[in-house]
Write a protein that binds this ligand. Structure first.
Ligand SMILES: Nc1nc2c(ncn2[C@@H]2O[C@H](COP(=O)(O)OP(=O)(O)OP(=O)(O)O)[C@@H](O)[C@H]2O)c(=O)[nH]1
Ligand SMILES: [Mg+2]
Length: 333
């Protein structure tokens, strides 16, 4: 049980940039215990004025696309320029185990040995919105600790790109050349969300393939609406292992950021993200509360059965569940 005293210490440590304190605070925010949650929220609320100043970048792409390698190189490059870089790695497999099972390859050994870097796996939780919530909180805590660049790595597995786009200023999509038909397996929706597209592994004999892929993606983008008004999503080629093209990649992220700032879209984008975060948390909480009411689960099971056998219609069944939850008529006032 944490006391107010130790919360104050934690806050002090975080604002002083102490990585140990930051780590403990993130662990507190990830805890499922009700008292830990209460303390974590109190701490984050206290720190809110210190948040929001970083550039928030999300990197997504199929497993093995080179996300971690790219982040490590970009991170080292940024630290060289005087930035403080925090990396949050969302591990979609952690939902099953409750803990992170990131392998050796994701450790980013060189970057993690830098004093100005902070790398942390972010569990993706079991519930809808779980990824977003815990990672968002970790991001806010990192900002309060003075990290001015936050990079979130997330494996592209369908829904996760949209969730990632909902928490960052800039979404980078990492692609690899030569995976057969260039546009196969990557959904239009993901390209639409991307602010920067990078064809990685443009090295050795893959260079011609990478250039061809770049052309194909540029062509495909012409048929899509822009991710950000006034921004034409650039397609770049790079090699994380050969360290080529990465300066351009970061310059592009910064150009996107400048556009967002100058146009007022940064503020607007973040405001919308927070609003949707609130909406989804309210929905989740209300739904959980309703399911928790006595008789509701049974009413749902009955409704399913009666709909199955064609005894009642879906709207009728819904009405019965709403009544069983004691909510009938409340929406009509
Ligand atoms: N040739 C070449 N190999 C690369 C490049 N970038 C990454 N790799 C290799 O690709 C493999 C996967 O790299 P990671 O950085 O772990 O990829 P990732 O996207 O983070 O993978 P997951 O986290 O498992 O989704 C490693 O063996 C890297 O060395 C590159 O630019 N060129
Ligand atoms: Mg990785």
């Amino acid at each position: 049980m944490r006391t107010r005293q130790s919360l104050a210490e934690l806050k002090e440590g975080i604002t002083a940039g102490d990585r140990g304190a930051l780590s403990r605070a993130i662990t507190l925010a990830e805890s499922r215990r009700a008292d830990d949650q209460e303390h974590a929220q109190e701490l984050i609320a206290d720190l809110l004025p210190e948040t929001g100043k970083a550039i928030r970048v999300g990197i997504t792409g199929v497993p093995g696309a080179g996300k971690s390698t790219t982040i490590e190189e970009l991170g080292l490059q940024l630290i060289e320029k005087g930035h403080k870089v925090a990396v949050l790695v969302v591990d979609p497999t952690s939902a099953r185990t409750g803990g992170s099972i990131l392998g050796d390859k994701t450790r980013m050994n060189r970057l993690s040995s830098e004093a100005e870097a902070f790398i942390r796996p972010s569990p993706s939780g079991g519930v809808l919105g779980g990824v977003a919530r815990k990672t968002r909180e970790a991001m806010l805590l990192c900002e309060a600790a003075g990290f001015d660049v936050i990079i979130i790595e997330s494996v592209g597995v369908g829904q996760s790109e949209a969730e990632l786009a909902e928490m960052v200023d800039c979404l980078m999509l990492l692609l690899v050349p030569g995976a057969g038909d260039e546009l196969q397996g990557i959904k239009r929706g993901i390209m639409e969300l991307a602010d920067v597209i990078v064809v990685n592994k443009a090295d050795g004999d893959r260079i011609p393939m990478a250039k061809r892929a770049r052309g194909d993606y540029r062509h495909a983008l012409r048929m899509l609406p822009p991710s950000t008004p006034g921004w034409e999503t650039p397609v770049l080629i790079a090699s994380a292992t050969e360290r080529t093209g990465l300066v351009d990649v970061w310059n592009t992220v910064e150009a996107h950021r400048s556009l967002l700032e100058e146009s007022g879209l940064l503020h607007e984008r973040r405001r919308r993200q927070t609003e949707r975060w609130l909406d989804s948390m309210i929905e989740e909480a209300v739904l959980a509360a309703v399911h928790g009411r006595p008789g509701v689960e049974k009413a749902i099971a009955d409704a399913r059965r009666d709909v199955d056998v064609g005894k009642i219609t879906v709207p009728q069944a819904t009405q019965l569940v709403v009544e069983a939850a004691g909510l009938a008529g409340e929406g009509k006032k």
